[in-house]
Ligand binder design. Sequence first.
Ligand code: 5AD
Ligand code: SF4
Ligand code: FES
Length: 347
Amino acid sequence: MEERSRHALIEKAACDHWLTREELSALLADEEAEKELAAAADRVRRAYVGDEVHLRGLIEFSSYCRQNCLYCGLRRDNKNAERYRLSPEAIVVLAKKAKAAGYPTVVMQSGEDAWFTAERLVDIVREVKTLGLTLTLSIGERTADEYRALREAGADRFLLRIETTDRELYERLDPGMSFDNRVRCLADLKALGYEVGTGCLVGLPGQTVDSLAQDILFFREIDADMVGIGPLVPNGETPLGNEPPGDMRLVRRVVSAIRLLLPEANIPATTAMETLQPGAREIMLQSGANVMMPNVTEGEARKKYALYPGKACVADTPEHCRACMEGRIRAMGRTVGTGAGGRRRNN
Ligand code: 5AD
Ligand code: SF4
Ligand code: FES
């Protein structure tokens, strides 16, 4: 793209928070756009969500999964995955520790584990909510009734990535899952008053920049409160083990474009990025992101929740990561968020 038209497009996105799919595709395809996009996203980030970086304590409470996503180490056909399931009591203990360590929000994440019935989860949610924490669930697809019961028990937010809006690609990579049901889940969650986080993977085989542009327009269309993006980190225990990893520069352009089009959204600098490129979380926090999700899972479970290999920080303790992140955030001239860090609405 010519420098003048690139500049004009980025300025338009930073002002109007809108681009057509063709315009978005052109920017995402343009490797030279990376720095200017990031600088614009950093400005928009400061104007809309400020300098605070919100930390969410991530509790990975079960590695059992009934699904079989082709990219993921927790897929049910991965016989080499060591499975674990934390007891409800152990989950509450981790939530208490996260609270004591100063995390205002915890995220309870797992594979799609049927042992955790809505009934069992409702009890855990109630307990965790008595601690005064903001609670995010990331447990996959459930019925509207289950989502309702969990919301009534006090769950505040829900993360469910759409992974890709290319229906054909989605159904090929997530065999047995239906794209329509995924969209239904996101709509139910919104209607129930959850703050909804979604997102996609970058670097899926067969994915195009045009498809990523469509993903971004989808995030806008459903008014996503949070958008998490990660590069594909090939996992040798999965059918996508020999694919090349997602392109970090493209991930960066996608993250920056999301900030321009969804200026109020919470956008994490994800662990998958840090895994592919140490230091990437800082770069992303300066390219539109404003959230980090340090893992507060302890011991063996921390190692066994292996979506992909080489996960950043698996060998570190939750205390170490908390201090490390605070240091990194301050070194960038930013501050650690003090409140719940929910979706801000500016109009
Ligand atoms: N590389 C990167 N991200 C992955 N996820 C699952 N497997 C991988 C992988 N190999 C992501 C999915 C899921 C989230 C919890 O982890 O996007 O939604
Ligand atoms: Fe299960 Fe989620 Fe992994 Fe798919 S991505 S196999 S649903 S844990
Ligand atoms: Fe885990 Fe730095 S954040 S070691």
